[in-house]
Design a protein around this ligand. Sequence first.
Ligand code: COI
Length: 328
Amino acid sequence: MKIVVYEARQDERTELDCQSRELGVELTVTSEVPTLENAGLAEGCLGISILGQGRIDAALLDAWRAMGVEYLSTRTVGYDHIDLAHAKAVGIRVCNASYAPNGVADFTVMLLLMCLRHYKQAMWRGQVNDFSLQGLQGREMKDLTVGIIGTGKIGTQVIRNLSGFGCRIIAFDKYENPAVKQLVTYVDFETLLAQADVISLHMPLLDSNRHIIDREAIAKMKDGVVILNCSRGELADIEALVEGIESEKIGALGMDTCEGDEGIIHEDHRTDILPNRNWFYLHQFRNVIMTQHMAFYTDAAVTSMVRCGIRGIWEMAHGERCETELNK
Ligand code: COI
């Protein structure tokens, strides 16, 4: 069985080789992001494995299907980059990856603490031997209410991580999770916006929650609110974030994902001229920390992502149960 592995990074190679040996599958490995132009790499392959940078739309799926592709895996948890309905319509079975929520949850707490203690500014100063304190006074977790939007696996782990800090934790989700009920108070969306000093987003991106954080939502928040996003950039309207920072309604942003980061993240752009104006405008503020969609990036998660990516295709092709299959 042949599989093309797109968007492969060097650090995935060891586990890719391991899966290839264990399952007896032949892998064509490329760092390219899948597009119609390079779709031909899939000629003669039954499966395709991708990460999250490409837009897997109807045209690309049709092209792959015409070449005989039957299975697609994304080595990511999120799958908002794939037209799942079209994949199903043309008979391509799709699976995603699963990995422990701890890496993203730990990173979220790191961003939260960095925001509260003005650490971006402190780090900048340190680089020029400025060790002054002025403007760096922070706030303590025990005095704050943290609002978690989305209490799935990652939101739950963030709540567990935070439970040692002494903050009050409130949460909003359409479905309450019994696993965290002793640690949080569930409230409705409006109450969370009104009461939280810190708001952290932990949802998959859906049509129903795109820009859930918009001008209107920000207006209902506390002055000086800290907003964290380690989920998907498009959950928050970047124009509204820019206005919130400019007006100082928002006290700080900790964003591992931010609308407008397409074509920026996971690449070295030191000598490039980039068009993502809002993204770079936001990026330059002392109280805005933007990282390169790296919250997931740990040794354990990468191993699991690659394993799911190759094994998932193998399982679907061999009539075995694939736990991460999506469009059944
Ligand atoms: C995911 O697994 O969904 C992620 O966000 C990480 C990925 C884009 C590499």
